[in-house]
Design a protein around this ligand. Structure first.
Ligand SMILES: [Zn+2]
Length: 166
């Protein structure tokens, strides 16, 4: 998969994102193409774009997590796309996999999005003790993920365009 370098509005490099994400940013007028691949275009119905090698955000985005994203409740919900890690339904709360009362911290790897019912059912227990299974493992977002979160992009918007010879 081709990657595109994303520069901040100030020209400071932020992260490499997938070509698809880069195209979404350009199509949403959130970024402009600074450098394109010679001889390649992205063509689809109603779409004809250069293949971006470097894009620059139109608006300066404060990205305080160049290396490591700071943990936040909202960040966990966004990372998990507001889906409960135990049942897949809509999540509005954060569950500590190892409960806080047992020393589990506010970290990316110890928290998942959870629906109210599952959060209540699990209570002060580990998933094993509660007989509950995590559908997905919590992960620490990469700088590219963090950028996508900061920009409010969703993966569904990254449709399957492939570059073709111009
Ligand atoms: Zn649930």
């Amino acid at each position: 998969m081709r990657e595109t370098l994303v520069l901040n509005a100030s020209f400071e490099p932020l992260a490499a994102v997938s070509l698809r994400r880069a195209v979404v940013l350009v199509l949403q007028d959130k970024a402009v193409v600074e450098r394109e691949h010679a001889g390649l275009r992205i063509r689809a119905e109603n779409l004809d774009l250069p293949v971006p090698q470097v894009i620059r955000l139109c608006r300066y985005v404060r990205v305080p997590f160049r290396r490591r994203a700071p943990w936040s409740r909202r960040g966990v919900l966004v990372r998990d796309q507001h889906r409960c890690a135990y049942c897949g339904r809509k999540a509005t709360t954060i569950d500590h996999v190892v409960p806080q009362s047992r020393g589990g911290g506010d970290t990316w790897l110890n928290t998942v999005a959870a629906c109210t019912a599952d959060n209540w059912r699990k209570a002060d227990r580990t998933p094993a003790e509660a007989g509950m299974e995590l559908l997905t493992e919590p992960f620490e977002p990469t700088p590219a993920d963090a950028l996508v979160l900061a920009l409010g992009l969703r993966d569904e918007q990254a449709l399957g365009w492939e570059p073709v010879p111009a």
